[in-house]
Design a protein around this ligand. Structure first.
Ligand code: ADP
Ligand code: MG
Length: 238
């Protein structure tokens, strides 16, 4: 599992700077949560780490290697999106093994990886179904399963639960926490939900307008916020 470092990372879209020289280190096995209001740059930052978006300046290192020029595949990070983006015509098993087929993993090995991931995610009895025959929570689990089988160096989540209803959100939150314990994986998790941030994070990064307001463990941000913005964002439900 990976250590991820950002140094003076910037992003400019058509002349507008949206990420302003950001420094951050995410430790191996850490559950790091990015929070902040809509438009503050959470997704952009995650996409740059994932290699889905170029950086305009600075440097990103994974386990010490500069990956600025590496495409997403080379970085070996797996991204889980809020819209699950499953292939509707493929079964759950095929959806999960698809990425492995592209990398040339032998069939038997792919099947075994899918079997193990399905077990972890309680999807074993749904492997033959199509996404349309699943609930929202099950579909989200398949999306996570697709990431697990690739055995990535880190998992990146962009508001993975925001399409789910409140009850399911709570349940999936517990499952993601459990998954983190089981895999001891480095995870970066984007949300605008304070409760998700407080309950899941080892470390919270509070963002505002493309800048870091504060970084620290949940209890520190809650008990000892650096400023009113952090206090307001972490302290009061919105
Ligand atoms: P968040 O995920 O925190 O809601 P985003 O990272 O999506 O925020 O967006 C940060 C800022 O960058 C916003 O002002 C947004 O409008 C802008 N932005 C994001 N993607 C693009 C893009 N592809 N082209 C131009 N502007 C973008
Ligand atoms: Mg976003």
């Amino acid at each position: 599992m990976a250590r991820i470092e950002l140094e003076s990372v910037t992003k400019t879209f058509g002349g507008t700077q949206v990420i302003h020289g950001l420094d951050l280190a995410i430790e191996e096995g850490e559950f790091c949560v990015f929070v902040g209001p809509s438009g503050c740059g959470k997704s952009t930052l995650l996409r740059m780490i994932a290699g889905l978006e170029d950086i305009s300046g600075g440097e990103i290192r994974i386990d010490g290697d500069r990956v600025n020029e590496d495409p997403a595949v080379e970085r070996q990070l797996a991204m889980v999106f809020q819209s699950y983006a499953l292939y509707p015509h493929m079964s759950v098993e095929q959806n999960m093994s698809f990425a492995l087929r592209r990398t040339g993993t032998p069939k038997a090995e792919a099947r075994e990886k899918v079997r193990r991931a399905a077990e972890t995610l309680q999807l074993t009895e749904y492997l033959d179904r199509k996404p349309g025959q699943l609930s929202g929570g099950q579909r989200q689990r398949v999306a996570i399963g697709r990431a697990i089988v690739r055995e990535p160096r880190a998992f990146l989540f962009d508001e993975p639960l925001s399409n789910l209803d409140a009850e399911l959100r709570v349940q999936m939150r517990f499952e993601i926490a459990k998954l983190h314990q089981q895999l001891s994986a480095t995870m970066i998790y984007v949300t605008h939900d304070q409760v998700e941030a407080m309950t899941l994070a080892d470390k919270i990064v509070v963002l505002r307008k493309g800048r870091i307001e504060q970084v620290g463990p949940p209890a520190r941000l809650y008990g000892d916020p650096d400023n009113l913005f952090v206090a307001g964002f972490i302290g009061s439900p919105q």
